[in-house]
Design a protein around this ligand. Structure first.
Ligand code: AGP
Length: 609
């Protein structure tokens, strides 16, 4: 959740660090700080937005070429200056920035205080600075001191440390929180994700858990926590810098919604085999025979990724004939799930760093279960922890509310359904039919994007409501849940997503003229049933916003507002039906004066429990 940036080289560190913080602001932004080794060690911190830090940094007169910086999303201690990173040790000669949670911070704090350390903040992270200081007394160099210090930690960390005593060095270590190293020409960079440094270098190295690195201006060494050298390959970032810009739109979220047809083309590029009515998934090639033996799939994910998993469940059961359960990763990791050697666990994650989902993967691997990843962020931890996987190729998703990644995840499930289905009973004819319809999807998405002004009118009409219900059946029930989540997270309006058939089992007691319902009612196999649910709502004065298939004229008789989507296969309809709901929430958020990219209390990647 926090952002880390570091630089060591020939240029002034401060400018590079502040630029990096701005690019990481979406990850967590309630305080920030920088530390620069400049003959001295200058640490500058501020609570609030990066702009507050900018004001202080502008007063700095002496500069250096080594430094680290941090944006914080509070986990321990309120977002005030004293809790902001970087944290110093007692001597004031070293400073650290940390992303993660130190679970045994209380016992470490007591132990350090008993040794005379004065710990000034309420954070768990500051402990690291004092642990390293303590180890420096016996180990002598920063890298060894860091290695011994993190060995005492239980929890997760992505940590960077600088010291006045070693001005030409930055040491970093990672366990559970991402660390990427940027390889420049006579300079090195470090960050919690590549978007912070990609304008300076696209050559990066992703540290794995239990690895640490010592960076110097023109050199780097990577070792394990057992102090064994580790060979790592340099990866070329596939995203260009403008990918992470807004392309002239007011918000990342709008930019990312508007690129959804291109995203689907990228997700499917090279993966549709029209002749054989199947999908070509290079990341699963070596798992093909193990996948043929599967008789169960367990999908683990959080938030929107979980709802994409629910869509995948319907697809895989209907067309691949495989039994599927979808589990909230935060629950799965503490349950005793019954898994067999013909089960596969599929982790779905845009960031590839969600702590709960990563833990669920590790739990499955502990049991020897085959793990697959559907991940958007190349080189992310979940992508590297799972045995095999499929990248979304949706490009970086900066807006906190997931949009393009969500529909890309649904399309990957359609591709996976084709692949697994054609290994089983899915016919060539039906496989071809699905392939052809997938090819049409981007143009259908463009038609919905072109009609977004109508959605904005509807959204603005309801922007003052205090609560809403989203309803759907079968393939559209996950979209009801996703639509409610979108509204909650970027407009702060209470919303509930429900399987439409469930309303009569209690929630219909809520229905009244002040409670509008968004009902997903495309002309699909359960349309008549959903229509009955709508009548039940209307009988109690409920107002209906219907999302339905084009040319479904009768719907105007029972809905106050109608939003149309193009007709497609029932299994692909959720991919279209969700888009108006994304725009509905976006325009409501903007109407209410909220920044949809940075909703309160949320961060883009939840890398803590
Ligand atoms: C979705 O709009 C939310 N931002 C959140 O629910 C998100 O989907 C969830 O935290 C999972 O993130 P991931 O896909 O990066 O694992």
């Amino acid at each position: 959740m926090c952002g880390i940036v570091g630089y060591i080289g020939k240029r002034d560190a401060l400018g590079i660090l502040m630029d990096g913080l701005h690019r990481l602001e979406y990850r967590g932004y309630d305080s920030a700080g920088v530390a620069v080794v400049d003959g001295d060690l200058t640490v500058t911190r501020a609570s609030g937005k990066i702009a507050e830090l900018e004001k202080k940094v502008s007063q700095i007169t002496h500069h250096g070429t080594t430094g680290i910086a941090h944006t914080r999303w509070a986990t321990h201690g309120p977002p005030v200056e004293k809790n902001a990173h970087p944290h110093r040790d007692c001597s004031g000669r070293l400073a650290i920035v940390h992303n993660g949670i130190i679970e045994n911070h209380a016992e470490l704090r007591r132990d350090l205080q008993a040794k005379g350390h004065v710990i000034s903040s309420e954070t768990d992270s500051e402990i690291l600075a004092h642990l390293i200081e303590n180890e420096m007394k016996t180990q002598g160099d920063l890298s060894t001191a860091l290695r011994f210090a993190v060995r005492r930690v239980r929890g997760t960390y992505g940590v960077a440390v600088v010291s006045m005593d070693e001005p030409g060095t930055i040491c970093v270590a990672r366990l559970g929180s991402p660390i990427v190293i940027g390889v420049g020409d006579g300079e090195m960079f470090v960050a919690s994700d590549a978007s912070a440094i990609m304008r300076y270098t696209t050559r990066v190295i992703y540290l794995d858990d239990g690895e640490m690195a010592t960076l110097e201006a023109g050199n780097y060494r990577i070792r394990s926590l057992d102090n064994l050298p580790v060979a790592k390959e340099i990866t070329e970032i596939e995203w260009s810098e403008e990918d992470v810009q807004k392309n002239g739109q007011p918000h990342f979220m709008l930019k990312e919604m508007l690129e959804q047809s291109e995203v689907l083309r990228n997700t499917m590029r090279g993966r549709l085999d029209a002749d054989n009515g199947t999908a070509i998934l290079g990341g699963l090639k070596d798992a093909s025979e193990r996948l043929r033996e599967l008789d169960r799939i367990t999908i683990v994910a959080c938030g929107s990724a979980y709802y994409a998993g629910l869509v995948g469940k319907y697809m895989l059961e209907e067309y691949a004939g495989i039994s599927v359960t979808v589990e909230l990763a935060s629950e799965f990791r503490y349950r005793k799930p019954v898994l067999t050697n013909t089960t596969a666990v599929i982790a779905v994650s845009q960031s590839g760093e969600t702590a709960d989902t990563l833990a669920a993967v590790k739990e499955a691997k502990m049991k020897g279960i085959l793990t697959l990843g559907i991940v958007n962020t190349v080189g992310s931890t979940i992508a590297r922890e799972t045995d095999f996987g499929v990248y979304n190729h949706a490009g970086p998703e900066i807006g906190v509310a997931s949009t393009k990644a969500f529909i890309s995840q649904c399309v990957v499930f359609a591709l996976l359904t084709l692949f697994l289905g054609r290994q089983r009973q899915l016919s060539l004819v039906m496989g071809k039919r699905i392939v052809e319809e997938l090819k049409r999807l981007p143009e259908l998405v463009d038609r919905i994007l072109d009609g977004r002004e109508l959605v904005r009118d509807v959204a603005e009409k309801y922007s003052d409501v205090t609560s809403m219900i989203f309803l759907g059946r079968k393939y559209c029930s996950p979209i009801a849940y996703e639509g409610a989540l979108k509204l909650k997270e970027i407009t702060y309006i209470h919303a509930e997503g429900y399987a439409a058939g469930e309303m009569k089992h209690g929630p219909i007691a809520l229905v009244c003229p002040e409670l509008p319902s968004v009902v997903l009612c495309p002309k699909d196999s359960v349309y008549e049933k959903t229509k009955s649910n709508i009548e039940e709502l209307r009988a109690r004065g409920g107002k209906i916003i219907a999302v339905t298939t084009e040319e479904n004229d009768e719907v105007h008789e029972f809905a106050e507002d109608v939003i149309e989507i193009p007709k497609t296969l029932e299994m692909l309809t959720p991919i279209l039906a969700v888009i108006p709901l994304q725009f509905f929430s976006y325009y409501t958020s903007v109407k209410k004066g909220i920044d949809p990219d940075k909703p309160r209390n949320l961060a883009k990647s939840v890398t803590v429990e």
